[in-house]
Design a binder for this molecule. Structure first.
Ligand code: AMP
Ligand code: MN
Ligand code: MN
Ligand code: MN
Length: 274
């Protein structure tokens, strides 16, 4: 099994790199990319922990601002010591922190005190992502579960949604390419874009030098994966697969348990193994 998209507790996942490495062995993973949001800390740690039979692909998931949408671009097989990439990570973390403080303020207006500080306690660090705030909202009885917390407070258009000054699409792709990585649009069906807008995103990504589409992400339906496979073919893009596993107990997603790529796809990992 190949899984090129998952998270550790260095971002918004629940498992440590140690726990993820145990799960990767248990689930028969042969190639794994750990792709935390805007950080490589987990990658450095898991390197020494994975059993030798598992190939680690150094990865990262970069948040991008594109036409008022927050889009996620995976950098796969990147050179983790590339100075441009390291600089980007610092500026993304700066933007993330500024946003988290503002979300904390917005939540104080609806009666949740010290939400930023509470999110930091849950995360164990201060690279706060919205699921950390969602967990605070659940703990404070403001929402039933994480999904409701997003729907009521954190999703785009809701009271605690804060626009973030993420890197642009073309800059993110340029930096990933300079770091000798492959750039992939993560979970293209998650952005609720119209088909026209999705095609526009993919066309711009391709023009910027992007390499691939995540044709299978988590529990992508057969219909969606077939549509994405068609788009990958049309734009001459490689195809990637990943669970986007975060380790949440009530999620239907499991590390390395995605459906197969449609047959008309060119798997991105063939670039690394041949
Ligand atoms: P952030 O990078 O802080 O904007 O957080 C984005 C993360 O929130 C994604 O990577 C998902 O893990 C999670 N997420 C986004 N939308 C939802 C949702 N509707 N329900 C639960 N988790 C979500
Ligand atoms: Mn996430
Ligand atoms: Mn994502
Ligand atoms: Mn992800």
């Amino acid at each position: 099994m190949i899984d090129l998209h998952c998270h550790s507790n260095y971002s918004d996942g629940r498992l440590s790199p140690q726990e993820l490495s145990v799960l990767a062995s248990k689930n028969g993973i042969t190639m794994l990319a750990l792709t935390d949001h805007d950080t490589l800390s987990g990658v450095h740690e898991i390197k020494a922990l994975l059993e030798p039979a598992i190939t680690l692909i150094d990865g990262i998931e970069i948040s991008v601002r594109w036409k008022k949408h927050d889009i996620h671009i995976l950098g796969l097989n990147v050179n983790t010591s590339d100075p441009g990439l390291r600089q980007l990570i610092l500026s993304q973390q700066h933007a993330r922190r500024a946003r988290a403080l503002e979300i904390g303020y917005q939540l104080s207006l609806v009666g949740v005190e010290q939400a930023f500080e509470k999110a930091c306690v849950i995360a164990g660090h201060d690279h706060i992502a919205r699921p950390h705030f969602a967990q605070v909202l659940v703990a404070e009885n403001k929402a039933h579960d994480l999904g409701v917390a997003f729907k009521k407070y954190l999703a785009r258009g809701k009271s605690a949604y804060v626009e973030t000054n993420w890197v642009t699409l073309d800059k993110a792709v340029e930096i990933i390419k300079q770091a000798k990585g492959h750039a992939v649009i993560a979970h293209p069906k998650k952005y609720k874009l119209t088909n026209t807008k999705l095609t526009e995103l993919i066309a711009e990504f391709k023009t910027s030098g992007g390499d691939g589409l995540e044709v299978i992400s988590g529990d992508t339906s057969l219909k969606d994966s077939n549509q994405l496979a068609g788009l990958a073919q049309r734009f001459n893009l490689l195809s990637s697969t990943g669970s986007d596993f975060h380790g949440f107990k009530n999620s239907s997603v499991m590390l390395g348990r995605q459906r197969e790529l449609p047959v008309n796809c060119v798997p991105i990992w063939h670039q690394w193994t041949s």
